[in-house]
Design a protein around this ligand. Sequence first.
Ligand SMILES: [Zn+2]
Length: 390
Amino acid sequence: MRRLAALLPVLLLSGCGNDPAGVLSPTPSGLSATVLESGAVHLSWNQCPDPDFESYTLWRSGTPGIADNPSLATAVFSGMDVLSMVFTDSTASPGQYSYYVLETRNTSGLKAWSNEVTVFVPDPDPVLTVFFIDPTWGSLSGDAILVRTPGGGNYLIDGGSSVPQWSCGTDVIIPLLDSLGVSHLDGIVATHPHSDHIGGLVDVLGTVTVDTVWDCGWPGEASDLYEQFLDEVDACGARYVVARRGMTLDWGQDLTVRVLHPASNLGSGSMNNASIVLMVSFGDVNVLLAGDLETAGGEESVMSAFSPFELRASVLKVGHHGSSDATGYPWLEAVQPQIGVIEVGAGNPYGHPHPELLNRLSTSGTAVYRTDLNGTVRIETDGQTVNVFP
Ligand SMILES: [Zn+2]
């Protein structure tokens, strides 16, 4: 018995570390890490075998040597369940190295560090994302499109309608921006001053900061709403630019954004035909945003200024909410869209989208997505292929 008692402290000491006072430190765990395809980091470690286990804390830092300088690190996980031995960190910064160490604590307040592991999280492939936002509320319709550029910019094209009880800006666009963590817009495009396009923009301008507002500069009689919109642009301090055919908008180096319409002379045509029409190009993929452009005087004007090759686009925002007076056969023959998205309210009183227009799209072999049936439609492209998420 005397011999066993003498051996016991030696056995315990060989299993674990201890501090100078003879209290045992925790057994350190072995830590390993792999980077998943999503860019998240999967970490796993050995179970602590000590009966006085208290907690695990997983630390991450952008610099090595966490155990020597823990104040530079961030705790990404902590838990008191000894069987919690995996964690997936989805907040590691892409394009740089991340270092991880697991700290194990025991009930005596002592701690042990695991080995330090290093991973490199690659930059995600650049993607252009376009949200065709559902403008539906009661009998209201409209256009509202959010473009997220491969470089991380956010641009809003039109803002749907707004009435005292409801606003596409306050009730739809702002919650979408919140869900994306966006509190600043690099730009807003008001295609033309109809209420189903600028109504919600007034509320957006009063809520988030905006760098630049592009407007068609309608020269005719202005509605109270248009005056209010221009006042709001002025008050928010955004740069105000009148967009004209031939301009190229600087939305980042990965993207080319050309103004196809309106021409310098807006003339006395319909306000729909004053719509700003944009061709957004990323890699091999073109997205044509046609506002409320009508065939007569609108599409005709664009086709007289550009070759069919210059108008070709994989994705077409179908003009004027799917009205039969827009998106004629010559336009479809020039653009040759694979995907057509119709921005239209489900309860609109105009019968949009019109059957004649749907027939033209079908005859042209265009796959059609409609906000009145699909809700908000999101497209994503890497510049090669286009994915649609209705
Ligand atoms: Zn409209």
